[in-house]
Design a protein around this ligand. Structure first.
Ligand code: PLP
Length: 432
């Protein structure tokens, strides 16, 4: 499979064939000046590259791999589904089985529609919100990322932030004009925007724990405040739980923070590592979708049996094992270990963490929004990232992304990561 080529050779070949050598920008490792590792296979908490080198994976494919890689239950389910046919383009029981589990997990979701990516899920949920309210504007947050649909790329996080792209060519100004943005965690700003534009705003769209400018938790009353403002102005609250769904609790941020969404978007874990997105909410809203209603949204591979099978198996393991307290403890141990190591190396850091998702910001001040995120020291991050990679720990290659732990990370893996981080923080100290 690897043709005896190393990652560098594969990347050179890839660059001739794929734009930037990749199918998603941040994978190119541009922000960290390294060659991306070409992965041959992955198992449990480890990924192994084409040179046979294994890395402890703290990236988790950007969030889906909460059970680690190639979990036997997921592999069995996908193999069985594949042997029964990979796509029918018509109804099949697995879609209903996954829907049953999603509806049971999220009290705010009475009906759900499966799509193929988080981008599609959010794009479709916003369309539905606009149709339901007969309004055109939406309000999102600076540094929030909701996929790459045109109107959602205003002040976006993730790769847009990593590569420092101010505005994406190809997106007409007219498309982003109806998208208003406010600073995350700044309820007063949202209140002002709602006072001014409230009657035109279809929805407030928010990551209930921001994960695409690095991890930024919601401050007390932020989510509740958004809920109240939506109610006051007749707008819908759309919680983008593509990352947080089944991650920060089985029932996502809605369970963890006790907030009610009108519409919820899901992705990543709900597809168990296969390409899936989903959006769901109140029955009256979801029944506006075709064929019940007139809001059109469709997909050749939507509800694909392989993806549904992986999702069902993943959610069943999560429900049976309920690993959230364990993940919380692992996350806490890692955070405390990192904080001690950074302090010993004389490197100021702020580690934001919610359960098993976290980001190390090379910054002393609290990180609560996109402006404070940008104050973190990029050179120190790069030195830290490279030192970790060299010692076999794979982090996301950007200071603006979240690290993820999985149930496959053992206590020994956590201890080892902290040990390696001691040396990596020392390298970061000299890099400013
Ligand atoms: N929403 C959030 C919160 C995300 O983190 C992402 C992707 O990282 C998306 C939407 C888009 O999902 P996808 O990459 O599957 O299109």
């Amino acid at each position: 499979m690897t043709d005896g080529m190393n990652s560098k050779a594969w990347f050179e070949k890839a660059q001739a064939l794929l734009p930037g050598g990749v199918n998603s920008p941040v994978r190119a490792y541009k922000a960290v000046g390294e060659t991306p590792r070409f992965i041959a296979y992955a198992k449990g908490a480890f990924v192994t590259d084409v040179e046979g080198r294994s890395y402890l994976d703290c990236m988790g494919s950007w969030g889906p791999m909460i059970l680690g890689h190639a979990h036997p239950r997921v592999v069995d389910a996908v193999q069985l589904a594949a042997s029964n046919g990979t796509s029918f383009g018509t109804c099949s029981p697995l879609e209903v089985e996954l829907a049953e589990r999603v509806v049971a997990a999220f009290p705010g979701i009475e009906k759900v529609r499966f799509v193929n990516s988080g981008t599609e899920a959010v794009m479709s949920a916003v369309r539905l919100a606009r149709a339901a309210t007969e309004r055109s504007k939406i309000l999102k947050f600076a540094g929030g990322y909701h996929g790459h649909a045109d109107h959602l790329l205003a002040e976006a996080g993730s790769g847009i932030a990593t590569l420092g792209i101010p505005a994406t060519p190809g997106v007409p100004k007219e498309f982003t004009q109806p998208t208003l943005t406010a600073p995350y965690n700044d309820l007063a700003s949202v209140e002002r925007l709602m006072e001014e534009h409230g009657r035109d705003i279809a929805c407030i769209l928010v990551e209930p724990v921001a994960g695409n400018m690095g991890v930024v938790p919601p401050e007390e009353n932020f989510l509740g405040g958004l809920r109240a403002l939506c109610d006051r102005h007749g707008a819908l609250l759309v919680l983008d739980e593509v990352i947080t769904g089944f991650r920060v609790a089985y029932g996502g941020a809605q369970e963890r923070y006790g907030v009610r969404a009108d519409l919820t978007t899901l992705g990543k874990i709900v597809g168990g590592g296969l390409p899936v997105g989903a959006y769901g909410g109140r029955r009256d809203l979801m029944d506006m979708l075709a064929p019940e209603g007139a809001v059109y949204q469709a997909g050749t591979l939507s509800g694909n049996p392989l993806a549904m099978a992986a999702g069902v198996a993943t959610l069943d393991v999560l429900r049976e094992e309920s690993p959230y307290e364990h993940l919380e403890r692992q996350g806490k141990t890692l955070q405390e270990g990192f904080e001690k190591a950074a302090s010993a190396a004389g490197v100021p850091v702020t580690i934001n963490r919610v359960g098993s998702m976290f980001t190390v910001f090379f910054s002393e001040a609290p990180v609560r929004d996109y402006a404070s995120v940008q104050k973190s020291d990029a050179a120190r991050f790069v030195a830290f990232f490279r030192a970790m990679l060299k010692s076999g720990i794979m982090l996301p290659p950007s200071p603006f992304e979240a690290c993820f732990l999985s149930t496959a990370h053992s206590d020994a893996d956590i201890k080892h990561t902290v040990r390696v981080a001691k040396r990596a923080f020392a390298k970061a100290a000299g890099a400013s």
